[in-house]
Design a protein around this ligand. Structure first.
Ligand code: C2E
Ligand code: CA
Ligand code: CA
Length: 512
């Protein structure tokens, strides 16, 4: 059914319900109730006597909410927005001018609710709405349409070209992103906007089409966020279709086994031996070749498939570990990356325990890499329970990208972290940059005092490797040692590496 026809049917249904629920019907209430009693008995009498006034109540509230000239409540159901937009379009068409819809998403309200409570989040919503209303003119309609979403329908005007809408969107973003101070402290949100002017749509657009276009623009903004602004364009639909097909393709790739881990070795700085490997997801694409995770993790997340990814990576990693053991290659441990979404899965600990038992591999040979931002943002709840549960199982907890996420020392303790994985930004050029060296020494000193092991990532040169060993970093990983590679190549690399170390030791003994 085309959207115009659908909009027409919807409007007729709404009009019928409004006629039935109109005030005039109340005058007939006694007569209708009596007729109902004669025809259908007591139950019909009760249904009419209670139902008609209730219908009147509902429709009058709805009329109030959608009255183009009346004041709007602060919050309306998103389902009512096409009607509201339609009324605005009708008014604009009558005056032969345009209208526009701006959708606004405030990100960060859930964090405020988690940290400072629901009341603080609610107060923040009210402040944002007030600021938004302060920015608009009399004929504009401003409402909240969800927990963190707001809508502005601009009153009919000739000045709604792309440039002026963009200026308005920027002003809205600036104003809403100003910090809000309550007794609980200062709160910040980041604001993304998507908008569409009715003149941009072909023909006579319906309210539903205008809302859908603004929605598409907002989705696009959110995928480029935080704090992005997008105007609707015809090309967006094609892009969305392409993204949808990537979503389908990546899901199929997972099912077909085209997504697998490659492994990057980590070396112990005091012995030079392999202390473990990190499993990094790769999509072995039949046409595009090796696709890195940053190009498909987002699609897997949108498709709700991250749980399955971690299952696949874990199974391949344990299979590889068993293979290396059988081949007599010494790889003490494999570490896998878990995103915040996977760490919220309720059966995570049981699932991992089951897999370890199935493979007959002790938990101490499995490392779990958790981003520092995840533990900084999840003080309690399921994420904490899962991480502590995995630690109790015997898995090693590595704090990934350490130095980028503001985790507190209490959090390191509560989440039973074993090892800090120092982010590449602290490692690059450490041999040549005095300031960088001081920062790194401070991080290593902190780890030492807390009794935590350290691994530096992104080690690209021999000089960086040497300096990290001198400063007392326990393990190193990076392109300077080896790039990630498939399981069988890692076995060859490990054999060569063992020979190199044995050779160096012999040389050392000979020299001594
Ligand atoms: P990460 O966990 O921080 O992984 C390290 C990334 O740095 C990897 O990129 C690795 O190939 C790259 N790298 C290693 N050594 C060097 C170096 O010396 N120089 C430079 N410039 N880069 C180096 P990759 O494999 O593209 O992975 C990117 C990110 O994707 C990972 O960052 C991780 O956050 C995520 N990821 C990878 N595999 C998985 C997975 O199975 N599950 C989840 N949830 N995330 C994954
Ligand atoms: Ca990692
Ligand atoms: Ca990392």
């Amino acid at each position: 059914m085309n959207s115009k026809l659908k909009a027409g049917i919807l409007r007729q249904r709404t009009e019928l319900a409004e006629w039935l629920g109109g005030q005039h019907m109340l005058a007939f209430l006694p007569a209708l109730s009596l007729a109902g009693f004669w025809l259908g008995g007591e139950m019909t009498l009760i249904a009419i006597a209670l139902g008609l006034p209730a219908l009147y109540g509902i429709t009058s509230a709805r009329r109030q909410a959608l009255d183009p000239d009346g004041p709007l409540p602060d919050l309306i159901d998103a389902a009512a927005t096409p009607d509201l937009a339609q009324q605005m379009i009708d008014r604009a068409l009558k005056a032969d001018v345009a209208t526009a819809c701006v959708l606004i998403e405030a990100e960060g309200l859930d964090t405020v609710a988690r940290r400072s409570g629901d009341d603080a989040a609610q107060a923040l919503r009210s402040t944002l709405l007030k600021r938004l209303r302060g920015l608009t003119r009399r004929g504009d309609k401003v409402v909240r349409i969800g927990d963190s979403r707001f809508m502005v329908l601009l009153g009919p005007s000739i000045h709604l070209d792309l440039e002026s809408l963009l200026t308005l969107a920027e002003r809205v973003q600036r104003t809403l992103e100003e910090p809000v101070s309550f007794e609980t402290g200062s709160h910040y949100v980041s604001v993304s906007l998507g908008f569409c002017g009715s003149a941009r749509l072909q023909g006579e657009p319906s309210g539903a089409q205008l809302i859908e276009a603004a929605q598409t623009a907002l989705t696009e903004a959110l995928s480029h966020g935080p704090s992005a602004i997008r105007a609707w364009s015809e090309g967006m639909r094609a892009e969305r279709r392409a993204r949808k097909s990537l979503l389908d393709e990546v899901e199929r790739a997972l099912t077909k086994g085209q997504i697998q881990p490659w492994f990057q070795p980590q070396l112990c700085t005091s012995t030079g031996r392999i202390s473990g490997v990190e499993a990094l997801a790769r999509w072995i694409h039949p046409e595009r070749g090796i696709v890195p995770p940053m190009e498909f993790l987002g699609a897997l997340e949108q498709a709700g498939q991250l749980d399955r990814l971690s299952e696949v990576i874990l199974q391949h990693s344990l299979t590889a570990l068993r293979g290396w053991d059988a081949a007599g290659v010494e790889i003490p441990k494999v570490s896998v990356n878990f995103s915040d979404i996977e760490l919220r899965s309720t059966h995570l600990v049981d699932r991992i325990k089951w897999e370890l038992d199935r493979f007959g591999i002790p938990a101490s040979r499995l490392g779990i890499e958790v981003l520092e931002t995840v533990i900084a943002d999840s003080p309690e709840g399921i994420t904490a329970r899962n991480i502590v549960g995995l630690s109790q199982l015997g898995c090693q907890i590595d704090l990934d990208d350490f130095g980028t996420g503001h985790a507190s020392i209490t959090a390191l303790r509560r989440f039973t972290v074993n090892r800090l994985k120092i982010d590449r930004s602290f490692v690059t050029r450490v041999d040549r940059d005095e300031e960088q060296r001081r920062m790194l020494a401070a991080v290593l000193g902190l780890a030492d005092r807390l009794g935590l092991e350290t691994v530096a990532e992104g080690v690209e040169s021999v000089a960086e490797h040497a300096l990290l060993s001198q400063l007392g970093c326990d393990h190193v990983q990076g392109f300077g040692i080896a790039r990630p590679m498939p399981a069988d190549q890692l076995a060859d690399w490990a054999r060569h590496h063992a020979q190199r170390i044995a050779g160096a030791q012999k040389l050392g003994r000979g020299a001594g």
